[in-house]
Design a protein around this ligand. Structure first.
Ligand code: LHQ
Length: 257
C-alpha cells in the first residue's frame, strides 16, 4: 500500500515510519504524499487515539532529498504542494501526534518534528536547521514553530547558525519531552504513546485545538473558547468516567468517547 513509509496500528496507536533508510529517510514527493495519506487515514480511524511518526535506520529524516533539487526547482511549489499540507494536517488532527526522533532530524525533517505535539528523542538523535548551509531558509513550519517552542533568540540562533543540536541540549531548552537511551528508545516510545492512547482522546484533541488558537487570541477570546471547549469535554463519556472513578477511588478507564 505504501512504498516510502510503513503504517500499522497497535494498541490504538498508529505507527507511521519513514522508510528510506539508505537515504536517511529524505523526502521525495511520494513520501510527502504517503505521509499525508497515512495521517488522513489515522485521523478518520476511531480506533486510533495517538499517532507516532518515526524513522527507520539511523536517521529520523534528512529533509528534502537533495538529489531531486536543481536550478529548475520551484521551491514554493514544492512547499505548497508537498510539505504544507502535511504540516497542516498534523496541526489539525485532534489526536496527539508524537515525533519519535530516533536519529538526526535535518531541514524539513526537523520541521516535521516541530509540527508534532511531543518529541521523544533517542540519546542518538540530533536536530539541525540545515537549510542555511544550502542558502535556504527554514520552511515546512519551522519559522512558525521554532520561536514558539524555544523563544525568539534561540530560534534565531538555530535557524541562522544551523548548528547540530544534541538530544540532550534540545531537552535542556525544552524542545524535547524526554530523551531516552538508544537501547530503550522503542520501548519508551511505545510506553509513552500507549499512555497517551489511554487518555480522554476528545479532551486531548480539544486541548490541542484551543492551545493553537490561543496563540492568536485575546484573553477574553481564549476564556470564551475555554468555556465552550470545556462544555464540549463535559459532554463526553470520558468525563463521566473520570468523575465516577474519582468517587470510587479507582483508576479511570477512558475510551476516547
Ligand atoms: C542526503 C541528504 C539529503 C540527499 C544526507 N538528500 N542525500 C524545501 C523546498 C524545496 C527544495 C528544497 O528542500 C526543501 C526542504 C528541505 O528540507 S531543504 C534541507 C535539505 N536537507 C539538508 O540540507 C540536510 C543535508 N544533510 C545533512 O546536513 C547531513 O547529511 C545530515 C545532518 C542529515 C546527516 O549528517 P551525517 O550523519 O554526517 O551523514 P552524511 O552527511 O555523511 O550523509 C550520509 C549520506 O546521506 C551521504 O551520502 P553518501 O553517498 O556520501 O553516503 C549524504 O549525501 C546523504 N544525504 N542528507 N537531504
Amino acid at each position: 500500500m505504501y512504498n516510502t513509509i510503513t503504517y500499522h496500528i497497535e494498541n490504538n496507536v498508529a505507527w507511521l515510519t519513514l522508510n528510506r533508510p539508505d537515504k536517511l529517510n529524505a523526502f521525495t514527493e511520494e513520501m510527502n504524499k504517503e505521509v499525508t495519506k497515512a495521517l488522513n487515514t489515522a485521523e478518520k480511524d476511531s480506533g486510533v487515539r495517538c499517532i507516532v511518526i518515526t524513522g527507520s535506520g539511523r536517521a529520523f529524516c534528512a529533509g528534502e532529498d537533495l538529489a531531486g533539487v536543481d536550478e529548475n526547482t520551484d521551491h514554493a511549489e514544492f512547499l505548497r504542494k508537498r510539505y504544507n499540507p502535511m504540516v497542516q494536517k498534523i496541526a489539525s488532527i485532534e489526536k496527539p501526534v508524537i515525533a519519535g526522533v530516533n536519529g538526526v532530524a535535518a531541514g524539513a525533517g526537523m520541521s516535521l518534528t516541530l509540527a508534532c505535539d511531543f518529541r521523544i528523542a533517542s540519546e542518538k538523535a540530533s536536530f539541525v536547521e540545515a537549510f542555511i548551509h544550502i542558502g535556504l531558509i527554514p520552511d515546512s513550519g519551522s519559522l512558525y514553530y521554532l520561536p514558539r517552542l524555544v523563544g525568539h533568540a534561540k530560534a534565531m540562533e538555530l535557524a541562522v547558525l544551523g548548528e547540530k543540536i544534541s538530544a540532550a541540549d534540545a531537552k535542556e531548552f525544552g524542545l524535547v519531552t524526554k530523551t531516552v537511551s538508544a537501547d530503550n528508545f522503542e520501548a519508551e516510545l511505545r510506553d509513552f504513546s500507549e499512555r497517551l492512547a489511554k487518555m480522554p482522546t476528545k479532551a486531548v484533541g480539544l486541548i490541542k485545538r484551543y492551545m493553537y488558537e490561543s496563540w492568536t487570541g485575546t484573553l477574553p477570546e481564549v476564556l470564551e473558547k475555554e468555556a465552550y471547549g470545556q462544555r464540549t469535554a463535559g459532554l463526553t463519556e470520558d468525563h463521566q468516567e473520570g468523575l465516577k472513578s474519582f468517587g470510587e477511588k479507582r483508576k479511570p478507564e477512558f475510551t476516547g468517547r
